[in-house]
Write a protein that binds this ligand. Structure first.
Ligand SMILES: *Cc1c(COP(=O)(O)O)cnc(C)c1O
Length: 374
């Protein structure tokens, strides 16, 4: 039987031939396709300004710069995320302050944020893990009460909904990723939704060496920018993907429902919330019943692979990485994130999967787990 990876992008032949057209056009870096993708993304989020970049990591870092956050400032986020979320806080010279995850949503525990706010706190970076949105009403009420900026790390929640409205349509700065594993991809890439044209112009400068060009062919540099522009090669892939995103996410929801119908719940796994109204089902992640197992997670993953099924880990709690331990974080600081980080496994979920693939994953999971229970 074919190996089933935990994810795989769906790129159609039309998109592949459009990449060929860009390559033949003589203009392969930032150009008309990037502008077309920005316009399409803006349409997707209700007309707000959107700018594309080479990664969501770049988008998040420059979002912090747009918000004027730097040395001496504290930024609150959750240790249950891809490490990019906190790396960007360090990159601008600010201090990451972690707040533990909520065991039910696996997102930042909104009840614990207030206790972490100090006079130096400037912003919140919530993460929509696996595509399940953080409660936007509570989040923005809290940010408003304390005068904090919000930089939404919506890398995983493109097309997720909050009360019927797409993530990105409302809020402060919102970052999406088009990494190969995300619900839509441009190979590598990302974008930032901004509040107004002034912010968008600053962001444009930051993404390309701080340069502003004038109509007479002159240029000036008045701010230190980096190098994070997207290519038209990537943008044309993004355009093909954005057109199919609603269908992709619909298929992901169907597959997730099937997982909940067929999953061996009796074996002691903790399943994610069944939130079909909000999540784009970026990932399906049960938590292993490690205490009932004779082997560790690595052995479970190896046994699944042996049976032809790819399993990922997203993510170990990031405060336990050496970089963050070096900043004083330790085991026991955030027990919920640590528990998720130890037990989580990402099972295959991507739009090209068949219903039978889900059944096969569920049956294999049952067989493999049964063989390693105490
Ligand atoms: C993927 C991801 C990022 C980073 O996106 P890149 O485009 O790879 O830079 C940041 N945060 C989260 C939660 C992610 O899943």
């Amino acid at each position: 039987m074919d190996f089933l990876p935990f994810t795989r992008p769906s790129i159609d032949e039309d998109t592949i031939s459009r990449v060929g057209e860009v390559l033949r056009s003589g203009w392969i870096t930032t150009g008309p396709k990037c502008r077309e993708l920005e316009a399409a993304l803006s349409g997707f989020v209700g007309g707000r300004p959107v700018r594309v970049v080479s990664s969501a990591t770049a988008a998040l870092e420059m979002a912090l710069r747009v918000a004027g956050i730097g040395p001496g400032d504290e930024v609150i986020t959750c240790p249950m995320s891809w490490v990019a979320t906190a790396n960007v806080i360090l990159a601008v010279g600010a201090t990451p302050v972690f707040v533990d995850a909520d065991a039910a949503t696996r997102n930042i525990d909104l009840d614990r944020i207030e206790a972490a706010i100090t006079p130096r706190t400037r912003a919140l970076i919530p993460v929509d893990l696996a595509g399940l949105p953080v409660d936007r009403d509570r989040l923005y009420a809290l940010a408003g009460r304390h005068g904090l900026r919000v930089i939404e790390d919506a890398a995983q929640s493109m097309g997720s909904l909050w009360k019927g409205e797409r993530i990105g349509c409302r809020g402060d700065l919102v970052s999406f990723s088009f990494h190969a594993n995300k619900n839509m991809t441009s190979g590598e890439g990302g974008c930032l939704v901004l509040n107004n044209e002034d912010e968008a112009r600053l962001f444009e400068k930051l993404r390309l060496q701080g340069v502003t060009r004038s109509a007479d062919g002159g240029m000036d540099v008045d701010v230190l920018g980096g190098k994070a522009n997207m290519t038209d090669i990537a943008a044309v892939i993004g355009l093909g993907q954005l057109a199919r995103l609603p269908a992709f996410n619909q298929r992901r929801r169907e597959l997730a429902r099937r997982y909940f119908d067929e999953f061996p719940r009796d074996l002691g796994f903790d399943l994610p919330l069944t939130d079909f109204d909000h999540s784009n089902w970026h990932m399906f992640q049960p938590l292993l019943p490690l205490d009932a197992m004779r082997v560790g997670r690595g052995d479970f993953i190896a046994a699944m692979k042996e049976e032809g099924i790819g399993v990922g880990v997203h993510y170990p709690a990031m405060h336990l990485f050496t970089l963050f331990r070096g900043r004083g974080f330790a085991e026991g600081d955030f027990p919920v994130a640590e528990d998720i980080g130890r037990r989580t496994v990402t099972l295959p979920l991507f739009p090209a999967m068949s219903d039978d693939d889900v059944s096969r994953v569920c049956a294999t999971t049952r067989r493999v787990l049964n063989s390693v229970l105490k």
